[in-house]
Design a protein around this ligand. Sequence first.
Ligand code: 4NP
Length: 162
Amino acid sequence: MIEVLFVCLGNICRSPTAHGVFAEKVSARGLAGNIRVDSAGTSGWHIGEPPDPRSSQAAALRGYDLSGQRGRQVSASDFDRFHYILAMDKSNLANLRRLVPARFSGTLDLFLPFANDLPAEVPDPYYGGGDGFERVLDLVEVASDALLDHLIATHSLKKVRS
Ligand code: 4NP
């Protein structure tokens, strides 16, 4: 099982979106038995909360269900469990790098650069207008396809369907 963790600041907007979109794409390719997905925040500000309704609604309009998710904070044990820990922006990545134990042998990196021609960061939509949530989805959908292709190639996974 390959374990993938998406990380943002609050775990109510960007990383739950990545979690929901990527999990849907994993399932659509018949790889739910090979790849497990989760998300967390570097902050503890929204522990136990459902995703921001603006994220949930924007995702639902594209067919992604975020309703079962609840906010949690990234913890040291995540570095034992997850093989890929992918940050939404450079600030999240810097915070994760302060936590990473020397024994971690997985991939700790930004999420978007898995796809060519995307910016490095998913902009934080929390304090902005409604189109910020569409922008998050646009970026996350493209990067999720690229990440999935990368995992399939790197780990020689067999697609059941495409
Ligand atoms: P996220 O967005 O990191 O994409 O979940 C945010 C959510 C909440 C806050 C900041 C960013 N906040 O300041 O509470």
